[in-house]
Design a protein around this ligand. Structure first.
Ligand code: AHM
Ligand code: MG
Length: 344
C-alpha cells in the first residue's frame, strides 16, 4: 500500500505542475465537444492528461490488479503478470473539471482496496463475476482514502484504515515533497457554513428544501459557500466546519456525484475526521454502506459535522411524521414505510 501511496503522491506532484502551467502550455479547454467520459461529461484536456499520469504511475508500482477511473468507461484490469499486484485503486484524477480553466481549486480523489483473495493472485483468472465482486464492494472495505487539493497550496489529505484520524500534508514545491502539516478533526471546527448548489432549489425534494431553509432563518448566523469542486468544498468543511451536500432532485434522480471514486473516499475521510456522511434524500444510511451495482453509479450525499447531519435527520423526521399523520399512516403505506426506514 505504501508503494501505491507513493505513486499517488508522485502523480499529484506531476499533476500540480500540469495544472499550474495549463494556460502556459496549452492544456486548457475541452479535448473536443464529442469526447465525453463515462459519466457523460465533456472531457477536458487536463482530465485526459492527469488520468494518464495516474494510470502510468500506478501500473509501474506492480502492486495493482484493478484501476477504476472516472475517465474510463470500463475498469482497467492489469493482466500482465509482471505488473499485476493485488490492490484495487479507484480514483477521479481531476475532480471539479468546470473550475479548471478559471484557476479555482480542483483535486484528485482516491481510495485503495485489497483484493479479497489475494493469495491466489498469480493463478487467478480475471473472469467477470470475480471482477465484479472486487470492484462493487461497499465503502467499509477501503483500506486507505485521500484527496489532493490543487489550490494556493497543494495539500494531500489521507486516512489509513489501521491508523486513527486524518492527516494533512502540504507540498513543498521547491523540494517536491510533502511535509506533514497536522491532523484534521472536524469536531472542534465551529464556522457555520452550509454548502450546496442553490440554483437547483426549484428541483429539490421537500426534505432538502426544509433542511436548507433552517440555515436561512433570520436568527441563524450561517453563511453559504459553494465552490463547485467537491474536494475544495469538503476541504473547507473539514477545516472550518459546517456541511456539504449534493442531493438528488427532480432532474437528477440519483444526484450527481459518483459512489465509488468520489463519495466513498470522501465519506471515509469525513467519518475518520469525526464527521458524518449519509445519503440524505429521505435516507439516513451511511454512504459507506452503499452496495454499488454499477461502477459509475451516482448517489445523493450529505456530509459534515455530526450536528449538521442531525439537523437534517430531525427536520426530515418531522416531515415524514406530519405526512403520516396528514395522510393517515394506516392507509398510506408508502409514507409509513419511508418513515419506518428513516427511523431505523
Ligand atoms: P466532475 O467530476 O465532472 O468534475 O463533477 C463533479 C463536481 C464536483 O466536484 C462538484 O461537487 C460538483 O461537480 C459540482 O456540480 P455543479 O456544477 O452541478 O454544482
Ligand atoms: Mg469528478
Amino acid at each position: 500500500m505504501e508503494e501505491i501511496i507513493n505513486a499517488i503522491k508522485k502523480s499529484s506532484i506531476q499533476i500540480e505542475e500540469k495544472v499550474r502551467r495549463s494556460a502556459l502550455d496549452g492544456f486548457q479547454g475541452n479535448v473536443n465537444t464529442d469526447t465525453i467520459n463515462s459519466s457523460g461529461d465533456v472531457q477536458k484536456k487536463l482530465d485526459i492528461i492527469t488520468n494518464e499520469i495516474m494510470i502510468d504511475n500506478l501500473i509501474k508500482t506492480k502492486c495493482c490488479s484493478i484501476l477504476l477511473s472516472e475517465e474510463n468507461e470500463e475498469a482497467i484490469i492489469i493482466e500482465d503478470k509482471e505488473f499485476r499486484g493485488n490492490y484495487m485503486v479507484a480514483f477521479d484524477p481531476l475532480d471539479g473539471s468546470s473550475n479548471i480553466d478559471c484557476n479555482v481549486c480542483i483535486g484528485t480523489i482516491f481510495s485503495i482496496y485489497k483484493e479479497t483473495d489475494s493469495k491466489e493472485t498469480d493463478s487467478k483468472e480475471t473472469d467477470s463475476s470475480n471482477l465484479e465482486k472486487e470492484i462493487l464492494r461497499n465503502g467499509s472495505n477501503i483500506i486507505c482514502a485521500g484527496y489532493i487539493i490543487y489550490g494556493p497550496a497543494t495539500e494531500m489529505v489521507i486516512t489509513i484504515e489501521e491508523k486513527p484520524g486524518v492527516q494533512k500534508y502540504t507540498l513543498d514545491t521547491d523540494k517536491k515533497e510533502y511535509i506533514y502539516t497536522g491532523e484534521i478533526d472536524i469536531t472542534n471546527k465551529t464556522k457555520q457554513i452550509y454548502s450546496i448548489n442553490e440554483s437547483n432549489c426549484e428541483n429539490w425534494f421537500q426534505d432538502t428544501k426544509e433542511y436548507i431553509d433552517l440555515y436561512k432563518r433570520p436568527n441563524t448566523k450561517y453563511t453559504q459557500r459553494y465552490i463547485g469542486s467537491m474536494v475544495a468544498d469538503v476541504h473547507r468543511t473539514l477545516l472550518y466546519g459546517g456541511m456539504f451536500s449534493y442531493p438528488a432532485d427532480t432532474k437528477n434522480k440519483n444526484g450527481k456525484l459518483r459512489v465509488i471514486y468520489e463519495c466513498f473516499p470522501i465519506a471515509k475521510i469525513m467519518e475518520k475526521a469525526g464527521g458524518a456522511a449519509i445519503i440524505g434524500n429521505f435516507s439516513r444510511n451511511r454512504i459507506l454502506d452503499i452496495n454499488p451495482t454499477e461502477i459509475h453509479q451516482r448517489t445523493p450525499i450529505l456530509i459534515g459535522k455530526k450536528e449538521e447531519i442531525i439537523k437534517y435527520i430531525k427536520s426530515t423526521r418531522n416531515i415524514l411524521l406530519n405526512n403520516c399523520y396528514k395522510n393517515n399512516s394506516n392507509t398510506n403505506d408508502d409514507i409509513y414505510d419511508l418513515y419506518e426506514n428513516f427511523e431505523n
